[in-house]
Design a protein around this ligand. Sequence first.
Ligand SMILES: [Cu+2]
Length: 279
Amino acid sequence: MQVLKRFAPAAVTALASGAAFAGYPYSFPQPVTPIAHETLEVHNLFMSIILVLFFGVFAIMLYSFWKHRKSRGHVAADFVAPRSRKQWLWVLAPFAALLVIDYGIFGIPAYHAVLNYEDTRTEADLVVKITGSQWLWLYEFPAQGVQIASHLSTPRAEIDGTEAKDKNYLLEVDHPLVLPVNKKIRFVTTSNDVIHSWWVPAFGVKRDAVPGFLREFWARIDTPGIYRGQCSELCGKEHGFMPIVVKAVPEAEFEAWIAAHKARAATSADAGTPAQTAS
Ligand SMILES: [Cu+2]
């Protein structure tokens, strides 16, 4: 029993933190924006505490069952409410602990994360307007005068099952959204028809695109790479066929990409469908 008492808390903590910090394939995708980092930190903190509480409470419960079993002569309590000071303490202490955990240890970081998510006070370096449409995404850079349409590019044969599915099955588009890294980007979402939702897990953001409304969020991508997401509001029969692909690149590369689109827009009336080479 002594051994159990000594090692149980350490084992519970190790198990709990191990589960909370499990590898990204089993948890969140690698975060690349401040919001995504904070969300993951809040999640890990909460999971650690929740798992410690879960195993701790269960351990105490099982120990109490075993210790006060009937065969040892223990009888069931007949009271329905606390009577002694000690009983009141055992009722109020967990209540107080839960208040502190919920509103303090959980509440303060969660509140901060929500404020951070909504923090649009500082001037953005770049504005991107995202318009959901049945069933594609339109991306617009109003200041640069560039607009692109992004459609699913998974071959029909893969969808029909006559060809082997690619590892990015249903997560590929003809024209990905290209964005610069280390810039504060302000996204404004809206929709042409029904409600869609723009969601890229690595950015830690998901915003509904609502017809007639402009809703915003922001991101500062810290790592170049390709990030994939999906429409996450059921929007019709091809809801599962309007993925999101963001290509985060160094600023110079982004400027070149914008310039290529501008040049094309200047020479062609078909500015909405830019050259594949530029993406
Ligand atoms: Cu949708």
